[in-house]
Design a protein around this ligand. Structure first.
Ligand SMILES: Cc1cc2nc3c(=O)[nH]c(=O)nc-3n(C[C@H](O)[C@H](O)[C@H](O)COP(=O)(O)OP(=O)(O)OC[C@H]3O[C@@H](n4cnc5c(N)ncnc54)[C@H](O)[C@@H]3O)c2cc1C
Length: 550
């Protein structure tokens, strides 16, 4: 349970003191009874910044591993999987620099090239844009430059708290004027886009198909680009607002390369470990196997601030006693759209997949396309739409959208010699199956078998190479990682749930109705992505009445 009143928060860690302590300074190996700040669930970046500024901070993580959905797990002996999140791009570069993540062990493998789309109907050819349309090949760099201008303009918004219209008309004049300063990044973004603002407004609000049709003519290219607009979202490329999801997936950077995605050495847990290392080096106490429970069961920890990195729904509907929250607020949180289409399948294989479109060369050595995001069933944007429609009526897609990655093509430490780990990020699968069927082992295996059939069609021999698999349907993602509805973003990134409406309107500045209790992580602005979700941007959250804010 957690209660915070008059600036004093309490988090009860609902397990015994034997929880594993990963790092601490002066805590004598035990969870202390009082901290200045407690972070619930991962949130080590926040802890690092707080502790760095002199705030005594503890992190209480429910699982036996740190990192939430950004974790490395050896599910099958000898094979290390980035079990949920698998590609890095959205880590804010300044967090990496300020927390000295390289010094704390973060290493990244950049990829070049980064996208490969074999085409089934024409299985002999490796797809390159010009092979389909020389017009598209010429348009592509211009399209990238067009998007890149939007990304640069919006970039400062990621590091600033959303504007708070309510604060403009509340409190003393000076405070109101200060609140108006929150408009600066928004105005700057508008000015940077200049007279092209209406075109960019369209990118953010239109269905991605409309934007892509303006730029390109070849279907495999449009379908491949459209995957970024629906990835992790229970939406079709024809859904208005899908353009924003695409933008979210191109707004990162890796080692100075805008929009690039790469593999973390040793798996995605490497990011979490490096951040935890930084937090620990500054003196934060970090504990695993310390779920914060609603009912007092074990240790009571008092702190002036409580920051929850768990989802908005877990935080406000499960951890906080309902009588402490306004009914309207609870209603908003309960109604959040947390639908998710994702089933992640982690596969251990004893040889490298060989694609019809680009067969393996001798000795099974990785070729350049093996390091790519390999898009299957992307011959046509309509395929993605049909896959979405099936899931909307409660059935897993018969021809799912598949993003296949083989991180071991660049990082041999992930699997035994000659073997590989294959990540299959697939959609669309509904959380609830039609007719109330449970997502039991039979349903899970039937879906995974279907996905494997599709991979086999592009890369014959794949099925025979499988040593083991780990199937994570939406309910499994919810159960293991605490993601409501299995949603990889803690809640849909639809336009009505972004920026000053995230997690809900009027409570977007990381604040909650309870002084001293803040929401961080994916549920808050600027939403999901490994390394993007933060405790609060520069300048801190808006201080709440009667609380001590670092
Ligand atoms: C299948 C999948 C694939 C993804 N792929 C990518 C990708 O390739 N690249 C990318 O950038 N992002 C990806 N993401 C998204 C990314 O993982 C998330 O955006 C990121 O993990 C969000 O971090 P977070 O700290 O906000 O929340 P989370 O990672 O969800 O962490 C929340 C933590 O809170 C803990 N918790 C919950 N309740 C309690 C409690 N009561 N007490 C204590 N602890 C609690 C949970 O155990 C968890 O550790 C993916 C996500 C999924 C599920």
């Amino acid at each position: 349970a957690m209660a915070a009143r008059h600036g004093l928060g309490r988090a009860w860690a609902g397990c015994s003191l034997q929880g594993r302590r990963l790092a601490h300074a002066g805590a004598g190996g035990q969870l202390q009874r009082e901290y200045d700040a407690v972070v619930i669930g991962g949130g080590n970046a926040g802890a690092a910044y707080l502790q760095k500024s002199g705030v005594r901070t503890a992190v209480l993580e429910r699982r036996h591993l740190l990192g939430g959905a950004a974790v490395t797990e050896e599910i099958i002996p000898g094979f290390k999987f980035s079990r949920a999140s698998y590609l890095l791009s959205l880590l804010r570069p300044q967090i990496s620099t300020e927390l000295e993540l390289q010094r704390h062990g973060l290493r990244v493998y950049a990829r070049d090239p980064y996208s490969f789309t074999p085409v089934l109907e024409d299985g002999q050819t490796q797809w390159q844009i010009a092979q389909f349309s020389s017009k598209d090949a010429q348009a592509y760099p211009k399209y990238e430059a067009f998007l890149s201008r939007l990304v640069s303009a919006l970039d400062p918004l990621l590091d600033a708290a959303p504007v708070d219209p309510a604060a403009w008309s509340q409190g003393p004049l000076l405070q109101r004027l200060r609140a108006l300063r929150g408009l600066q990044p928004l105005l700057r973004a508008g000015l940077a886009l200049g007279k092209q603002l209406p075109q960019y407004y369209q990118v953010l609000t239109a269905p991605i198909t409309r934007i892509l049709d303006l730029w390109f003519e070849s279907e495999p290219l449009k379908a491949t680009l459209a995957t970024d607009a629906v990835i992790g979202a229970m939406t079709s490329p024809y859904t208005p607002g899908s353009g924003y999801v695409l933008l979210h997936h191109v707004m990162g950077e890796l080692e100075g390369r805008k929009g690039a995605w790469g593999y973390v050495a040793g798996g995605m847990g490497g990011v979490s470990q490096a951040i935890a290392g930084a937090a620990a080096a500054h003196g934060a106490d970090i504990f695993t196997e310390k779920p914060v429970a609603r009912v007092l069961m074990g240790t009571e920890v008092k702190s002036k601030l409580v920051l929850s990195n768990a989802s908005a729904q877990l935080t406000y509907l499960k951890l906080v006693p309902p009588e402490q929250l306004p009914e309207e607020f609870l209603q908003h949180v309960a109604q959040l759209d947390t639908r998710s289409p994702v089933t992640k399948i982690n596969v251990a294989v004893d040889r490298l997949p060989s694609f019809l479109a680009a067969p393996n060369a001798g000795a099974g050595r990785p070729l350049p396309h093996h390091q790519c995001s390999i898009h299957l069933n992307c011959e046509d944007t309509d395929l993605l739409h049909r896959a979405f429609q099936e899931a909307s009526s409660g059935e897993p897609s018969t021809r799912p959208m598949i993003e296949l990655c083989i991180p071991s093509a660049l990082d041999p430490t992930l699997a035994p010699p000659g073997c590989h780990v294959v990540s299959l990020f697939t959609q669309y699968t509904p959380y609830a199956l039609a007719g109330g069927r449970p997502w039991d082992e039979q349903e899970q295996n039937a879906y995974a078998d279907r996905v494997f059939d599709w991979v086999e069609a592009y890369a014959p021999g794949f099925k025979a190479s499988v040593v083991g698999r780990d199937i994570l349907t939406p309910p499994a993602l919810e159960k293991i990682f605490g993601l409501p509805g299995g949603n990889i973003f803690h809640g849909a990134m639809s336009l009505d749930q972004l920026y000053f409406a995230r997690p809900v309107p009027s409570y977007s500045g990381y604040r909650s109705p309870i002084p001293g209790l803040y929401l961080c992580g994916s549920g808050a602005h600027p939403a999901a992505g490994t390394g993007l979700a933060q405790v609060w941007p520069r300048g801190g959250p808006r201080q709440q009445e009667g609380e001590v804010c670092p």
